[in-house]
Design a protein around this ligand. Sequence first.
Ligand code: F6R
Length: 366
Amino acid sequence: EKGGYDHFMLKEIYEQPDAISDTYRGRMLVNENLIRMAGIDDNIEKFLNAKRIIIVACGTSWHAGLVAEYIFEDIARIPVEVEYASEFRYRNPIINKDDVVIAISQSGETADTMAAINLAKENGAFVFGVCNVVGSSISRETHAGAYTHAGPEIGVASTKAFTTQITVLTLIALRLAKQKGVLSNSQFNEHLRELEQIPEKVKKALESNEHIEVVASKYKDAKNFLYLGRGFNFPVALEGALKLKEISYIHAEGYPAAEMKHGPIALIDSQMPVVVIATRKGHYDKVVSNIEEIKSREGKIIGIVTEGDVEVRKRADYVIEVPETLESLTPLLTTIPLQLLSYHIAVMLDKNVDQPRNLAKSVTVE
Ligand code: F6R
């Protein structure tokens, strides 16, 4: 049932090109320059009248929410707040009738996310679900929703759910941007065309697998890892660190690259591998200077870079390339090497990749 792969996690990492195209199939009509999503189309006024969107989720789904915050604000110019469901529900949050709440959950069964949804509904908000499991509790309790169509995710560490959540949320942001007229027809079309190419580009990113295995063997015995990224790729840094913690039990932290100088830089020495997402679009020069700062403290640098990169390659111990795309879509590509890196490290350390200790696939306790 693992389709020839050693683990479900690896199978699911490799399923991402298909999972992403399954997610946009039938919804994104490139030649007609259209996005059609029943859950959005039927409730378009609610979205357009919303003063803000509040995203609630946990874990990896919360990271997808953070990526979506950058995408919604950049593409659709709608203010977004992203909340841990568990914090939101216990905080006496301010929720208004004209708020739209988006709940993201792979399993659709996460107790804290469900409680946040109920609280939002009690306060009159419109609640939209982004779930993977069809017919799950959250998909039933929300007013409307869009499935990710990633197919069953068995590995406890979430992989294809994350990239398909980002895909759905990107489609929603584009749909709203078009309706609001904040993107021209040609800008909108450019986004659709780029999104359509993402599955092929994910395949290309997966071709670095063997090289990533080499990188993994080099750093598998490290006690700590740091992950840095900026903008759209800051949440990807968080997600990379979470993946490593979950399945290899190595302590890892994700940070916005520019925050390094406000504290974490004190951790850097020759024993500290730092994974830096340094794609060409998105404050590249600033990230290159962060890399200089790490290097001058003898930190080890693994750069996630755009194909053909020169500047990071000159300075890093290893680089892993991903194809070029629009900046807002880079998380769909930069995530791939981070998934593979944590996978290979966990395998080399002989950990139970698909069922890490202390973790369950759906967290139905509060
Ligand atoms: C990480 C992971 C967890 C889940 C979190 C939310 O790999 O699997 O952090 O993302 O428990 O789960 P869902 O998305 O099912 O609500």
